[in-house]
Design a protein around this ligand. Structure first.
Ligand code: SF4
Length: 369
């Protein structure tokens, strides 16, 4: 197998953030046991030539150097990494040390993604983050000194902070020598520690959020960060290759708790809880398995491709999946007539002014009743 990606989930964090929806635990004592299982899963895979790796979490930088080394060595032993184009590790500023970064560099990591979220210290405190902006800057400088030049920072839109504070964050990170900014929408779920605060004091309606998003896009664009996906912005030549491979239906292994993989047209998910992952025997590890038909893959190509600024290629859809966009989606003509979709030659995309409502456009497109 060539040009395959790898996603690895590290579910450990030093503290829980007030909005977290990811699979993570603060029980760092479980890490040795977890890495044993993770490495066992890597060794049990069929291996192959890998083009991108993404180690996310959780907080990969919160685990020991010993376990990090074991994982990196296992990857190098099992896979052919001679054509590796991108190797990203997510880091949280407070747990990123020079030793950790140097270790990553030594094993071929070439991209760091920092969980920054906001540059406003009061916001960071409110949402339960352990770092402040100064700590982020120290970690960022450290990464650059160790030799990393491809660096992303994550921001969140809709946090409990004012609109001005949010825009200040965007303006500030844009002045840093970053190559990439991810800007995710806050997913607020009932019972999360910041739910009441957000609802009572920072209850942004959809129009306000759309306005904040547009302003942020404008600021980023003026600093050379071009949007290539609804939540992702990059300097020229630096879109995240690993994420692009998901959106372009490339194959990838998923290792670790809650990780998904997509190999030979089969999408699989590992157990979603840490105990489930640790206790399930290796041969039963895959919890959900779904074989995608050609039709499923065509539909998924449309759904994922319309999140990208470049949209979808109608010729590719026809050639690869024998799928006619206009015949399959009865609402496509209506969406085109309203300017919610645009066709240019063989491509269809959501125009920039409507990208913030991508989800409702997709709901209409897929509603064939
Ligand atoms: S660092 Fe990320 S994964 Fe860990 S608790 Fe915070 S939001 Fe969740």
């Amino acid at each position: 197998m060539n040009n395959v990606g790898i996603y690895i989930h590290i579910p450990f964090c030093k503290a829980r953030c007030g909005y977290c929806t990811f699979c993570s635990t603060t029980d760092l004592f479980l890490q040795d046991q977890y890495f044993d299982k993770l490495i066992e899963q890597i060794n049990a895979s069929r291996g192959g030539k890998i083009s991108t790796i993404f180690i996310g979490g959780g907080t990969p930088s919160s685990v020991s150097l010993t376990n990090t080394t074991r994982l990196l060595q296992a990857l190098h032993a099992k896979f052919d990494l001679t054509n590796l184009a991108e190797f990203t590790v997510e880091c949280n500023p407070e747990s990123t040390t020079t030793e950790y970064l140097a270790l990553l560099k030594q094993y071929g990591v070439n991209r760091i993604s920092f969980g920054l979220q906001s540059v406003n210290d009061s916001t960071l405190k409110r949402i339960g983050r352990l770092h402040n902006y100064k700590v982020f800057l120290q970690a960022f400088d450290c990464a650059r000194q160790v030799g990393f030049t491809n660096i992303n920072a994550d921001l969140i839109i809709g946090l409990p902070e004012s609109k001005q504070e949010f825009i200040h964050s965007v303006q500030t990170v844009c002045t840093l020598p970053l190559t990439h900014i991810s800007m995710y929408a806050l997913e607020l779920y009932p019972n999360s520690p910041i739910y009441n605060l957000c609802k009572s004091q920072y209850n942004f309606d959809d129009d306000t959020l759309a306005d904040m998003y547009d302003q942020a896009v404008e600021v980023m664009s003026s600093h050379g960060f071009d949007r290539y996906e609804i939540s992702n912005f990059a300097k020229s030549g630096y879109p995240c290759k690993h994420n692009l491979s998901y959106w372009q239906q490339c194959q990838y292994f998923g290792f670790g708790v809650s990780a998904c993989g997509f190999i030979d047209d089969v999408r699989y998910t590992n157990p979603k809880t840490l105990q489930g992952y640790l206790q399930t025997p290796m041969h039963q590890l895959i919890e959900v398995e779904e074989r995608l038909s050609t039709f499923d893959k065509a539909v998924e190509y449309v759904m994922l491709g319309l999140r990208l600024t470049q949209g979808i290629d109608l010729d590719y859809l026809q050639r690869q999946f024998d799928f006619n966009f206009f015949n399959q989606f009865h609402n496509s003509k209506f969406l085109l007539s309203r300017g919610l979709l645009v066709q240019q030659d063989n491509r269809i995309f959501i125009p920039p002014e409507h990208i913030y409502v991508t989800n409702s456009i997709l709901v209409t497109l897929f509603d064939n009743d």
